[in-house]
Write a protein that binds this ligand. Structure first.
Ligand code: HEM
Length: 505
């Protein structure tokens, strides 16, 4: 047995013992709490049964919301979890009382595999505040929300379009070229370079993140029941995913090492440089987040949060474009009238491309790629609507209860971009539109994601007509969906027919 495996086994056993210890602690202390109502649960299995009655997780969630109200308790394995539904309750808890609910619960197994409980997405308290501030300030310095960033995205848009052009109408899966496109935008920001569309290292990275999000992220069975990883063989794929993630970490560590070697304080070019500069300044600081471990974990977080989400959204967009030629042609007309075909759409065009932006918003609403947001936790023991919830308890905001609430949208089941366009033809931005969640801990990359979605999708429609493969039909029933860390469509093929004979890219 290699020392690594021995270490991992000790780690697994300790984690198993920790879960048992927490479960005992929980049974001893639960009489102090007053948790919201919820369905009866089976010890250690919890309410997994209730959540898996339908392949579409949103259906049992809707049923539970109707039966138990806006705030209810579910046992995910042995872990009691508070689910918050509907815009009013979400606003009350995560906006009005956002400070009290801005922690994350103790890191679960998949998060430990990904980033050792460090990074940005899973940390709490002052570490989180410092990390978030540092990341936002640093990324802003490298062009977040500015024209410098737009230039970088446009470089990737052009490569993405030429990749599709080269396919010459052969059916393809959108996920492949778009993952490289948006992954490269993060690469520019993080390490100041980008990958070739055929680079095997990039493929390994994307494959690891996809496997992680679809099979092992928070929300998956193993995250509720870490003991499942002891099931002989690798039934839940955890060992395989751990191996894949380790390869990515090794690669990220190589990149960091290269940056350390050529570091020049007078020439800070990317996120890694900025972090190293801070590491040097705070060399002997206690409790500092500026360590190599945090740097690796933060890079893992930025790639995973920033690549899979945006590329899954563009993949959903390509599905709606290919299956709704009426909508596709309206977007194309809008682009033709306002931008023409001589140049790519830019962020300056966004104001005039109202229907295009409404389409993107409707894709974000309908696909609802992050159903449970990322779990939150109260920073101290709290009372909500007469319920007493202890510090650190897992709280899942049910974003799907808002994005598909009939009281808000009227006909949430229909794909209708017009719902975001006012009678005067301006873009509507309802408060209930929360695909990036809301409050103090909302998505850190929202402005980047919205810029990418606009630039990639508008250029795609300007340049190509998307349709199902010849002689085939595409239907939502066939592609909806994979419910893991993100709600992704099942793999499907489309064709892209070039609209212009003239080269524009
Ligand atoms: C369509 C694309 C995206 C969607 C729908 C999305 C959605 C979300 C959601 C729902 C959360 C959880 C917020 C919460 O904790 O309550 C989140 C967190 C986060 N997102 Fe995004 N995201 C997207 C793209 C991006 C991009 C491009 C980045 C790149 C930087 C990014 C970085 C992050 C980070 C770092 C967090 C954790 C923030 C924290 O813990 O303070 N996301 N995102």
């Amino acid at each position: 047995m290699s020392p690594l495996h021995f270490g991992l086994d000790i780690f697994s056993t300790s984690l198993g013992l920790l879960v048992i210890f927490l479960a005992i602690l929980f049974f001893r202390h639960r009489h102090h709490w007053r948790l919201p109502p919820g369905p009866a649960w089976i010890p250690f299995v919890g309410n997994i049964r209730e959540l898996t009655t339908d392949p579409d997780m949103r259906i049992p969630l809707r049923r539970l919301h109707r039966k138990y109200g806006d705030i209810y308790t579910l046992y995910l394995g042995p872990i009691p979890t508070i689910v918050v539904c509907g815009y009013d309750a979400i606003k009350e808890i995560f906006i009005k009382r956002g400070i009290e609910f801005s922690d994350r619960p103790a890191a679960v197994l998949p998060i430990i595999i990904l980033n050792g409980g460090k990074g940005i997405t899973s940390v709490s308290g002052d570490i989180w505040k410092n990390q978030r501030k540092f990341i936002l300030v640093t990324l802003r310095n490298f062009g977040f929300g500015r024209s410098k960033l737009e230039e970088k995205i446009q470089t990737e848009v052009k490569l993405f379009l030429s990749e599709i052009e080269h396919l010459n109408q052969t059916p393809f899966k959108m996920m492949t070229p778009i993952q490289t496109g948006v992954g490269n935008v993060i690469s520019h920001l993080v390490f100041g370079g980008h990958f070739n569309h055929n680079d095997p290292r990039f493929k390994i990275m994307m494959d690891a993140f996809e496997s992680f999000l679809h099979h092992a992220s928070t929300g998956s069975l193993v995250s509720f029941m870490p003991l499942l990883r002891f099931v002989p063989g690798d039934f839940f794929g955890i060992k395989n995913i751990t191996k894949k993630i380790q390869l990515v970490k090794d690669f990220v560590n190589e990149l960091i090492e290269e940056h350390v070697q050529k570091f020049d304080e007078g020439n800070i070019e990317d996120f890694i440089d900025a972090f190293i500069s801070e590491m040097n300044k705070q060399n002997n600081g206690e409790n500092t987040i500026f360590t190599k471990e945090y740097l690796t974990a933060t890079i893992m977080d930025l790639f995973i949060a920033g690549t899979e989400t945006t590329s899954t959204t563009v993949t959903w967009a390509s599905f709606y474009l290919a299956t709704r030629p009426d909508i596709q042609s309206r977007i194309f007309q809008e682009i033709k009238e306002n931008v023409g075909s001589e140049r790519l759409p830019s962020m300056q065009d966004k104001q005039s491309l109202v229907y295009t932006e409404a389409f993107i918003m409707e894709v974000l609403r309908m696909s609802n790629i992050v159903i449970f947001s990322v779990p939150h936790a109260p920073v101290t023991d709290v009372w909500i609507r007469g319920f007493h919830i202890p510090k650190g308890m897992q709280i899942f905001p049910d974003i799907s209860s808002v994005l598909s609430d009939p009281a808000v949208w009227g006909d949430p089941e229909n794909f209708r971009p017009e719902r975001f366009v006012s009678e005067e033809g301006t873009l509507l931005k309802p408060d209930e539109f929360i695909p990036f969640f809301t409050g103090r801990r909302n998505c850190l990359g929202e402005s980047l994601a919205r810029m990418e979605l606009f630039l990639f999708i508008s250029a795609l429609v300007q340049r190509f007509e998307l349709m199902p493969p010849e002689g085939e039909t595409l239907d939502i029933k066939d592609v909806d969906g994979i419910f893991g860390g993100t709600h992704a469509p099942k793999p499907f093929y489309i064709r892209a027919i070039s609209r212009h004979a003239n080269e524009m890219i």
